[in-house]
Write a protein that binds this ligand. Structure first.
Ligand code: H2U
Ligand code: ZN
Length: 368
């Protein structure tokens, strides 16, 4: 195994033009990369371009301040953020915990709680277009919810579905938090991988990964506190991973500097997504953080995954046939995707240049 960045890059360059598989060390799974398939003709479904709603208050929105929700509850006249228990919760605290195990037939009751987080009172805002201080407030709410639900549940999943293409039910800026007693599959895989990596190497997996990626061909936004990359092993075309540079197992471990900086990073990243195809970019994003209830969290590094479904402006990536039955496959290399996100010019370039670490132009390896 090579540890010299130059020889790693030329090895990747040799592979990049040919079908090859990449290993995802977080999930212990492989991804098939078949560069160049995006050139194939497309006569299938096209995504509709959805304009932002363009009104700050919608009397028919169930998340706007003062409005009545589907179950008859009335939202307060909130001025910043507003959290409420999901009226159609998938997990409830009062569920039976009865279990049975009859050989191949096993089941267990699952207690939990689901909440909705309104990011802002304005109906037409997005996380990417909110003021820095308002995004910082959302980050604090995510951390508060993590602490509160983590006192009772093993896994706290903070996430946002954005856009109709990802199943968001409403354009009002909002996300969700689901917490449950069990460790779900993704959490279990990442927990096991990070635990094994720390035991074998004495470092956190994702902090070592940052060393590979700093100022490299897959980096999108890099600040003093955060690194955002299209991970080497990305599944979705423009998937990104957002990692704090200092050790932090959960959102609650992030200090003021990291939280302030995260507001800048999210603004930059979402701005790049929106600029890529010049349309509000749909995605599911969410935070993976250490489960609660274990003795040590030293192996965990909190991080966000952004999973945007689009491959081209109007065409989404379908995770179907081979992906459903065999393994995930992608059509452009992570280096290509990162190069394209990096060249997006942000409107108004709000972030001061000195906050950005210059990254290389799209690497030659992405074209060879
Ligand atoms: P999504 O847009 O990601 O689906 O999130 C919105 C959530 O809001 C969804 O889970 C809940 C839905 O159950 N909801 C309420 O709790 N009350 C309502 O009046 C409508 C929607
Ligand atoms: Zn609204």
């Amino acid at each position: 195994m090579s540890t010299d960045p130059a020889s790693t890059r030329s090895a990747i360059a040799r592979l990049a033009g040919e079908p090859h598989r990449r290993y995802d060390p977080l999930t212990d799974e492989w991804v098939l990369v078949s560069a160049g398939r995006t050139r194939r003709p497309w006569l299938g479904a096209e995504e509709r371009l959805l304009e932002p709603p363009g009104l700050t208050y919608d009397p028919d929105c169930y998340l706007c301040p003062g409005n009545t929700r589907a179950n008859g509850n009335v939202n307060p006249a909130y001025a910043e953020t507003f959290v409420f228990t999901n009226d159609f919760s998938a997990l409830r605290p009062d569920t039976s915990t009865a279990a049975f195990d009859d050989g191949l037939l096993r089941a267990e009751g699952e207690r939990g709680s689901c909440r909705v987080v309104c990011f802002a009172p304005q109906h037409d805002l997005t996380l990417g277009r909110m003021e820095r201080a308002a995004v910082r407030r959302v980050i604090d709410v995510w951390a508060e919810q993590t602490a509160e639900l983590g006192a009772e549940y093993r896994w706290v999943q903070v996430f946002e579905n954005r856009g109709e293409a990802m199943g968001a039910s409403n354009p009002h800026p909002h996300g969700q938090v689901w917490a449950g007693t069990a460790l779900p599959g993704a959490g279990e895989r990442e927990d096991a991988s990070q635990r094994a990596y720390l035991a074998a190497n004495g470092h956190r997996l994702l902090l070592d990964y940052i060393d590979h990626e700093t100022a490299g061909p897959r980096t999108i936004v890099e600040t003093d506190e955060w690194l955002t990359v299209v991970p080497f092993w990305a599944s979705w075309p423009f998937e990104t991973l957002v990692i704090p540079k200092r050790p932090a197992a959960r959102l609650t471990d992030l200090d003021d500097a990291a939280r302030d900086d995260l507001a800048v990073v999210l603004h930059q990243l979402i701005g790049r997504y929106d600029g890529l195809f010049k349309r509000p970019f749909p995605y599911s994003m969410g935070w993976h953080q250490a489960p609660f209830g274990d003795e040590s969290t030293d192996h965990w590094q909190v991080h966000a995954h952004f999973y945007p479904p689009l491959l081209r402006a109007n065409v989404r990536k379908f995770m179907v046939g081979y992906e459903l039955l065999a393994e995930t496959q992608r059509d452009l290399t992570a280096e290509d995707a990162a190069g394209r996100l990096r060249t997006v010019v942000l409107p108004g370039a709000v972030v001061p240049a000195e906050a950005m670490v210059p990254t290389e132009a799209p690497a030659a390896e992405s074209r060879s």
